[in-house]
Design a protein around this ligand. Structure first.
Ligand code: HMG
Ligand code: MG
Length: 301
């Protein structure tokens, strides 16, 4: 098993979408450009959902148009349906993330659709994305626990996950949307998903509600997960999942993987400077832990 870990930086989407304070287009572009300078190569820059549902993501088209494209750099945007995909195409986005939930109640709350309806809508959306030669990633939410239905049947997760991968998604991101999982559930779930789909097809998307995200990342790494979503500073949550805390902080994950001797192309100092900018200049209250440690060491140098 190789030790190379790849990050998908979701801060400009999953981080910002659940913050009361809204960054304008120029600020979002500045944040994304700083993440590029920190070495991020896969960045979720926003979403094409209904602005009434998630006002923080309004203007994602302008964000996309304002970014410089570079070889090897992938800007992703979340799309819930064909309408979102059309908006992504019009904005020149080449990489889209489709998403749905493993429970009826969360899917209804987040997408106003049943699971069957969402699968149909995403099938159409993915078909069109493939026709546009776009790359697709797929999220499945609440796989380790649902705020409405509690425990989730992992057979259902694997079944829906397979359908999403069959739509042409390059990988499936398993979302612990409300941070309900602990190491035992994460280990079992990752093992089953890796057995079924293989390491190239499975990513892990952790939220740090119980302070278990790093323990969960560790066991997932031990099981063979090599794709991790993280949000700089540990911002965010899900606006349609009551109780969801921020994502695991990218710099916390990077620190963990550096301790494990895994290889990862991100520059810790630059990443922490982005988190510091969000906290000190933009006034966000961040959930990550490593930033304070980094700052204390900067001051003592
Ligand atoms: P709906 O109300 O059922 O939509 O919402 P509809 O199809 O009935 O259409 C109603 C109106 O919305 C129409 O306009 C459509 O054109 C328009 P009207 O004719 O009334 O003027 N519309 C749209 N407008 C802009 N962009 C679109 C779009 N689609 C329809 N894409 C909808 C359905 C999917 C739009 C809504 O439920 C929605 O926007 N949901 C998004 C919720 C969301 O963004 N949640 C957070 C992201 S998921 C997450 O955070 C979890 C994740 O991080 C992983 C994890 O942690 O597990 C990914
Ligand atoms: Mg999330």
């Amino acid at each position: 098993m190789n030790d190379e870990v790849r990050f998908i930086e979701v801060g400009p989407r999953d981080g910002l979408q659940n913050e009361e304070q809204i960054l304008d287009v120029a600020e979002r572009i500045e944040m994304i450009e700083s993440l590029v300078e920190a070495g991020a190569r896969d960045i979720e820059i926003g979403s094409f959902v209904h602005p009434r549902w998630v006002p923080q993501m309004k203007g994602t088209d302008e964000v996309a148009r304002g970014l410089e494209h570079q070889e090897g750099l992938r800007y992703w945007a979340l799309v819930p349906n064909l309408k979102g995909l059309e908006r992504a195409v019009a904005a020149g986005v080449d990489h889209v993330a489709i998403f749905m939930s493993a429970t009826e109640a969360h899917n209804q709350s987040n997408l106003n659709r049943s699971i069957t309806e969402s699968l149909q809508a995403l099938e159409e959306t993915a078909r069109q994305a493939r026709a546009e030669s776009m790359t697709i990633r797929a999220y499945l939410s609440v796989v380790f626990g649902c705020p409405f239905e509690g425990e989730v049947d992992f057979d259902v997760v694997l079944d829906i996950g397979e359908k999403l991968l069959d739509m042409g998604a390059e990988h499936l991101s398993l979302g612990d949307t409300i941070g309900a999982g602990g190491p035992r559930e994460i280990r079992n779930g990752c093992r089953r998903a890796l057995d079924k789909f293989g390491a190239k097809k499975v990513a892990l998307h952790l939220h740090d509600t119980q302070g278990l995200a790093l323990a969960n990342a560790l066991v997932a790494y031990e099981e063979g997960i090599r794709l991790f979503d993280g949000a700089v500073g540990g911002m965010g949550g899900c606006p349609y999942a009551p109780g969801a805390a921020g994502n695991v902080a990218s710099e916390d994950l990077l620190n963990l993987f550096e301790h494990l001797g895994a290889s990862c192309d991100l520059d810790m100092d630059r990443l922490c400077r982005v988190a510091q900018w969000l906290q000190e200049e933009k006034g966000f209250c961040l959930g990550g832990r490593y930033l304070d440690y980094w700052r204390a060491n900067q001051e003592s140098d």
